[in-house]
Each structure stands twice: as structure tokens, then as C-alpha cells.
Design a binder for this molecule. Structure first.
Ligand code: RIB
Length: 306
């Protein structure tokens, strides 16, 4: 039986512009290109888990517009179960306005649209999907009470629970930590959760220690080109990232989370799952766009470090 991952979260249409640099406040800047690609942290993580070997169900909401249909279609092509992707009448689908600069960094503004309509009641309607999962993943692009409901149910059902606290604007509710198996922030999210500026391995260690003290069982801070830091109270381990030539970092974190979850669901050890997720994320930054950049299992298996 294929391992099952359920993602409860966002779907966005990404409107992506490439420009030499990110615009300053009040400035109009000429861009170099424009593309529309399926994204959203939840949907990206679902696609990553599916392409990397898991059977995936998505729980989320889109608007009743053309983007909603395209976002659903992008998941169905990956054999992702979309029974629990609901089209909400009278609202737009979520969108993300993304600018990618010449050094492949990005800035993103999101408009929740349908994602804001993923209520605890909607998730409760699809409780049977959660019950079938080995691993359940949540992020923060849907309402906080929905995330809390999903984490609680996942914990009650005895699933492996992953929270990618993205985007994060402040500390998490204290009661959430005991419901998580893995908390996976990036540098800026770890900083928002802890108040510690995370820009080195030492500061990442300090942030991870604070999150463990707050009640997290296991923390993985993703650090871009530096790799990631795993901490569980007994050990702190640094996993260096494979070296690649970056083109676009959009969805690298999502690829890591989806790949890590897929590997864990298939019974891999934490260390193996982190290494696997890191290769997948490294490959994703060598390609443009969110979902189009996410590699397949054969790409990861064929990866040879340079
Ligand atoms: O993590 C990348 C994603 O963030 C993009 O696909 C965009 O939709 C935003 O949600």
C-alpha cells in the first residue's frame, strides 16, 4: 500500500514577474517576463508529496472562477485526490503576486480568496480523509482556527503531524506545540516565532532551542543554501544542502516539506527523510515557478552532487 499524506491548506494562482531587482516603496519598475502558474503553499506541498512517492489528498477551498478550475486540474494531473477541494461561490481563488529578482530571491503578496473560506466545519466534513492519512501537513495560509482544528483532529487520530508555520507573523498559540510531531519553519518564520534573528547556524540553534522549550517535540529549521537544522531535545544536527545553481527559490520550502512527509510516510528515518527533502528542494530551485519546479522521484533518485 502506498503511504498516504493529507495536506490541509491553501491553493493560489501565482502571478509571477521577473525583474532585475525587487521594487522599492512607491517605485514603478519594468519587469522582464510574466507567467501564471499554480501555487499556494498547501497545493505545492501536496504536489511535492505526490511527485515524490506518496498517495495524496488535498483539503482546501478555491473560488468559483477560472483559476479555481485550473488549480484543481493541476492537482488532478498529479493523481491527487481533490474530493475535499471545495469551490466556494461568489469569491475569487487565492492569488499570489510574486516578483523574482536577478539573484533568484522573491517577494510575495498573497490574497486569501477561497483559502479564507476553509473553515473548521469544512475540514470536519472531510474527516474521513484525515482518518485515512499516515501523515497530515498544515501551513498558515488558511484561517488559524481551521489550522487548530486540523492539528487537534490529526493528534486525536494518532497521525504524524507536521506544521509548516508559513507565513508566520508572530509566535504560535502555546497550546499548538503539543499537537505537533514536526515544526518546520524557514529562517524568517523561525525569527517571527521566536524573536531571534536567524541568519547563521548558531542563531538557528538558539531559535530551535527556544521552540523546543515552548513545547515543540522536533524542530527542523530550513536555511536555504545552508541546508537545515534538526533539533529534538537530545540532538541538534546540521544537514548541509546540496550545491546547485539557483534560478528561482519559490516553493523550495514547500518541496522540502512535501518530500520530507512523503519519505517519512514511507517509513524512512528522519535523517533519510531530511536528506531526501533537501535534494528535492535543491532541484526545485534550479527551475522557475512553484509547482512546475517540483521534481519527481526519478529526478531525486538520479541526483548526483557536483
Ligand atoms: O511557498 C511558495 C508559495 O507561497 C507560492 O506558490 C505562493 O502561492 C505563496 O503561497
Amino acid at each position: 500500500m502506498q503511504a498516504k499524506v493529507v495536506v490541509i491548506g491553501s491553493l493560489n494562482m501565482d502571478l509571477v514577474t521577473r525583474a532585475e531587482r525587487l521594487p522599492r516603496a512607491g517605485e514603478t519598475l519594468a519587469g522582464e517576463s510574466f507567467i501564471t502558474v499554480p501555487g499556494g503553499k498547501g497545493a505545492n506541498q501536496a504536489v511535492a508529496a505526490a511527485r515524490l512517492g506518496a498517495q495524496v489528498s488535498m483539503v482546501g477551498c478555491v473560488g468559483d472562477d477560472a483559476y479555481g478550475e485550473q488549480l484543481r486540474a493541476a492537482l488532478l494531473v498529479e493523481q491527487i485526490d481533490c474530493d475535499a477541494v471545495t469551490a466556494v461561490p461568489g469569491i475569487s481563488s487565492g492569488v499570489a503576486l510574486i516578483v523574482v529578482d536577478a539573484s533568484s530571491q522573491n517577494a510575495i503578496v498573497i490574497v486569501a480568496g477561497g483559502n479564507g473560506r476553509l473553515t473548521p466545519e469544512v475540514v470536519a466534513r472531510f474527516d474521513s480523509k484525515l482518518a485515512e492519512a499516515d501523515v497530515i501537513i498544515c501551513q498558515l495560509e488558511v484561517p488559524m482556527d481551521t489550522v487548530e482544528h486540523a492539528l487537534q483532529r490529526a493528534r486525536e487520530l494518532g497521525k504524524i503531524v507536521i506544521l509548516n508555520p508559513a507565513p508566520a507573523s508572530g509566535p504560535l498559540p502555546a497550546s499548538w506545540f503539543s499537537m505537533l510531531d514536526y515544526l518546520i519553519p524557514n529562517e524568517s518564520e523561525a525569527a517571527a516565532l521566536t524573536g531571534i534573528t536567524v541568519d547563521s547556524l548558531a542563531s538557528a540553534e538558539a531559535a530551535a532551542s527556544q521552540l523546543l522549550k515552548a513545547g515543540a517535540a522536533k524542530v527542523i529549521i530550513t536555511l536555504g543554501a545552508l541546508g537545515s537544522l534538526f533539533a529534538d531535545g537530545q540532538r541538534i544536527t546540521h544537514f548541509p544542502a546540496p550545491k546547485v545553481q539557483p534560478v528561482d527559490t519559490t516553493a523550495a520550502g514547500d518541496t522540502f516539506v512535501g518530500g520530507f512527509a512523503a519519505a517519512l510516510a514511507q517509513g524512512k528515518s528522519e535523517a533519510e527523510a531530511i536528506a531526501f527533502g533537501q535534494i528535492a528542494a535543491a532541484l526545485s530551485v534550479t527551475r522557475a515557478g512553484a509547482q512546475p519546479s517540483i521534481p519527481r522521484l526519478s529526478d531525486v533518485q538520479g541526483f548526483r552532487p557536483s
